[in-house]
Design a protein around this ligand. Structure first.
Ligand SMILES: Nc1ncnc2c1ncn2[C@@H]1O[C@H](COP(=O)(O)OP(=O)(O)OP(=O)(O)O)[C@@H](O)[C@H]1O
Ligand SMILES: [Mg+2]
Length: 287
């Protein structure tokens, strides 16, 4: 019997030299200035960096969701399983978004429709992306999904509206929707920052369990290096539209290579410096 040895898990997504810009009244603003990173199948990549460095623009560029007509990708490749997503038609990309790569955002209230019940919204997602399911099966699947994200009394919740749910419950609904189509990759853009710390912890636990169960990869965008330490396998540190450091999570925490990474690490209470560092947060400026 022959065995194939894989020293590295498969790379499922490869972003190469990605550049993106916005047009504004003041001219063109270059936001991504050559972003490179890889996501391994079944693993979690943390994308960290200060506010405004381009993390959300990166995720929107990967999915072809930059606001039109002001935003555009000007250079680079987004290779998903041997296909450069940037060369696909809008229709083809729509299919990828629904069925292969999903995204959840920071504030579920903006993503959920306040006038429709949770059940109706889950049903719509399933009708779009799971045409194989009949109406009754969709209902059953929706109940199963809510149960999976540990929402108690799922049948009852299907008849409720987003405002009836707590922030944590709404985020669980968003996760259920994002996972309904069994994506290969889930992009999470600060999905827990709007939640209080204990709810945050339970959502992170849930996501780790779901990842183990489904084998999906995740790109986890966050400010919080504590979260990174807990759930990420690899980390890409972003500064001013570029990845300035990319490493596995242990190397990054043990031997940060870039001064900006050191700065970020020094701001995490209890990691390597006492919390008093927190009172001295200055923006990082490279020499
Ligand atoms: N629709 C837009 N039009 C013009 N500029 C934009 C637009 N969206 C984002 N930008 C600019 O792109 C840059 C990167 O924004 P982005 O939202 O990706 O930052 P971020 O790293 O996600 O920050 P945060 O941590 O605050 O979410 C910012 O300078 C922002 O002003
Ligand atoms: Mg953002």
């Amino acid at each position: 019997m022959t065995t194939t040895l894989h020293t590295e898990p498969d790379i499922i997504l490869k972003v190469e030299n990605l550049e993106a810009e916005f047009s504004s009244d003041e001219g063109i603003i270059k936001v991504l200035k050559g972003v490179d990173f890889e996501v391994k199948a079944g693993k979690t990549l943390g994308l960290v960096g200060e506010s405004g460095c381009g993390k959300s623009v990166t995720s929107m560029s990967v999915l072809g969701l930059l606001p039109q007509p002001y935003g555009r990708v000007t250079k680079g490749k987004v290779i998903y399983r041997d296909t450069d997503l940037l060369t696909l038609s809008e229709e083809q990309r729509y299919t990828i978004r629904g069925n292969h790569i999903s995204i959840i955002f920071q504030d579920p209230m903006t993503a959920l429709n306040p006038v429709h019940s949770i059940g109706k919204q889950l049903n719509e997602v399933l009708a779009l992306h799971r045409p194989d399911l009949k109406k009754k099966e969709r209902y059953r699947y929706a109940v199963e999904m809510l149960d999976k994200v540990r929402i108690p009394q799922p049948e009852k919740r299907l008849n409720e509206y987003p405002h009836n749910l707590s922030g944590g419950m709404r985020q669980r609904v968003m996760i259920a929707m994002a996972l309904a189509c069994k994506p290969d990759i889930l992009i999470c853009d600060e999905p827990t920052t709007a939640l209080d710390v204990t709810v945050q912890a339970s959502i992170l636990d849930l996501m780790l369990d779901l990842q183990e169960e489904t084998g999906m990869a995740m790109i986890f965008i966050t400010h919080d290096l504590g979260v990174v330490a807990e759930i990420c396998d690899d980390v890409a540190v972003m500064y001013d539209g570029k990845i300035v450091e990319y490493a596995d999570v242990f190397s990054l925490f043990d031997h940060p290579q870039h001064p900006y990474t050191e700065k970020l690490l020094s701001l995490v209470p209890g990691l390597d410096k006492p919390p008093k560092q927190m009172i001295d947060i200055k923006p990082y400026h490279p020499e």
